[in-house]
Design a protein around this ligand. Sequence first.
Ligand code: IPD
Ligand code: CA
Ligand code: CA
Length: 264
Amino acid sequence: MKTHDLMPFLTNLTEKAGEILTSYFNGKFTIERKDTSPLGVDIVTDADRASEEAILTEIRREFPGHDILTEETETVITGSEWLWIVDPLDGTVNFAHGFPHFCISIAVAQFNELVCGTIYDPLKKERFWAARDLGAYMNESRLKVSTAQRLNKSLVATGFPYDKAYSPINNVSEFSRVITKIQGIRRAGSAALDLAYVAAGRLDGFWELKLKPWDQAAGMLLVQEADGRVSDRFGSSMDYRSDNIVATNGAIHAELLEALTPAK
Ligand code: IPD
Ligand code: CA
Ligand code: CA
């Protein structure tokens, strides 16, 4: 199978999931807590579940035997060379509050190397997609990262983990170091869209700690294919399973890594 043969399937799949999310967003949905901590901020809606069910059904029908790693369903990894990495709704907290910024993110890996991915914003009808060595696109337009050269001229994004109230690894000290050095910072609430926006040159950089594979896999490939740079927070190469990520236009990468690191 050639990677780009998967793109029409990925397009239809995310289109279908996008229709499901939009109809829940414009109608009624239920919200459940996922964690048992006193703060209780990790939630799931029936829209997450319905989107995921539709996606899994289609993948299983079209590609039986492929493995699927997805957020809301425990899936059995059999060791297939193909792995689908699915976030059926990235930006659940936004969604639950009626804040119109969320997406579906799906990536495909072969032998653990990302080969293609799509991030679809169903409200803006923006489809960000990339295939290894074939480039990154939004709808039909080729994407390229921004040309910002310095942090003080950059707009960067980040996010915070759901256990921020209890864990010392909560991005608060990193955030307070970076905030004084940049032109602007955004916490828009969807890591996948943050990464897509770096690929599109709408953001110059992004970092986050404790993301899961489904939050970052498609977005990492988009940034790489748009000629950006992706590393872990120490500048080393990483894959979609790493729990910390820095993704930039390349030019501001070293400066952002330095800003994230405490002074000695
Ligand atoms: C979350 C979003 C958010 C990020 C969190 C993720 P979810 O994913 O991507 O921007 O800061 O770390 O868990 O829960 O909305 O799929
Ligand atoms: Ca997510
Ligand atoms: Ca999700």
